[in-house]
Design a protein around this ligand. Structure first.
Ligand SMILES: NC(=O)c1ccc[n+]([C@@H]2O[C@H](COP(=O)([O-])OP(=O)(O)OC[C@H]3O[C@@H](n4cnc5c(N)ncnc54)[C@H](O)[C@@H]3O)[C@@H](O)[C@H]2O)c1
Length: 259
């Protein structure tokens, strides 16, 4: 029997992370993957933000490049994958983290105007699909890969348009896990609880009704830090998690256990 240790190194791997403007979860994801040894493509519709995060990582001695991408546009996601090929020779890991969250109105579903509904689906669901399409052949060329989709505790059960988009991502996760398993590409999702990113702090400040409700129902800390998600990300991207696919990892202080 081989030694009973797990391999957490991403040395030599290439990761593409979407939604990596400063202050968000994507920035933490990019840094975590870089610190584990990966070369990281930081991609965001806010191109200057993605580049700023990449430059910070480079300054810390990591390998990173920042690119502007609009994940609703397949040509743009192809170009993002092209940067990974040009700079680092391929793609091993895709983290579909970019989404609309604070931008989506907190109103009843039937009150949504169709344009905003389509925009929500286009970014949060179709965007992830476009990114997957842009990288899977590159992963196949390298003998396998890892896809991590960023869902949300707000999808369990969905009670908003945002929640609907995030449960659709879970459907995408399980369907792609079945389709891509034979190619040694795992597809999993992370469903965070309330995490203190700049976007969520603006959306649900201290004392807001949602935070008060979370304090009552979450069994551990009601609000997490972006770094609370790193363990799940590494499990789903490092060799240690090689045999895990089609799963949703709830990283939420037990919010999912609410009565
Ligand atoms: N913060 C939380 O409490 C929380 C909880 C559960 C899930 N999430 C999810 O985590 C992810 C990150 O959330 P965050 O809190 O860092 O919010 P955020 O708004 O800071 O991050 C989303 C990023 O996606 C980018 N983006 C938006 N549209 C894009 C497009 N068309 N193309 C490319 N990039 C685009 C934005 O510019 C932004 O940088 C999101 O998927 C969010 O739904 C967040």
């Amino acid at each position: 029997m081989s030694r009973a240790t797990a391999d957490w190194s991403l040395d030599g791997k290439v990761a593409v992370v979407t939604g990596t403007a400063p202050g968000g979860i994507g920035e933490t994801y990019a840094r975590a993957l870089a610190e584990a040894g990966a070369s990281v493509v930081c991609a965001d519709i806010q191109a200057s933000g993605a580049k700023a995060v990449a430059d910070t990582l480079i300054g810390e001695g990591h390998r990173a490049v920042g690119v502007g991408v609009d994940i609703t546009d397949p040509d743009s996601t192809d170009a993002m994958a092209g940067v990974a090929v040009r700079e680092y020779g391929g793609v091993d890991i895709l983290v579909n983290n970019a989404a609309l969250m604070a931008q989506l109105p907190q109103i009843p579903v039937l009150d949504y105007d169709l344009e905003t509904w389509h925009r929500a689906m286009d970014v949060n669901v179709n965007g992830a699909l476009h990114c997957c399409r842009s990288v899977v052949d590159l992963m196949r060329e390298r003998g396998g890969g890892r896809i991590v989709n960023q869902s949300s505790g707000g999808a369990y059960p969905p009670s908003s348009v945002y929640g609907i988009t995030k449960i659709a991502l879970v459907g995408l996760t399980t369907a792609l896990a079945r389709d891509l398993g034979p190619d040694h590409i795992s597809v999993n999702a992370i469903a965070p609880g309330m995490v203190e990113s700049s976007a969520s702090l603006a959306m649900v400040p201290e004392g807001s009704p949602f935070r008060t409700m979370m304090e009552q129902v979450v069994v551990m800390r009601p609000a997490g830090q972006t770094t609370d998600l790193i363990g799940a990300l590494l499990l789903l991207t490092a060799p240690a998690g090689d045999w895990i696919t089609g799963q949703v990892l709830h990283v939420d202080g037990g919010w999912i256990l609410r009565p």
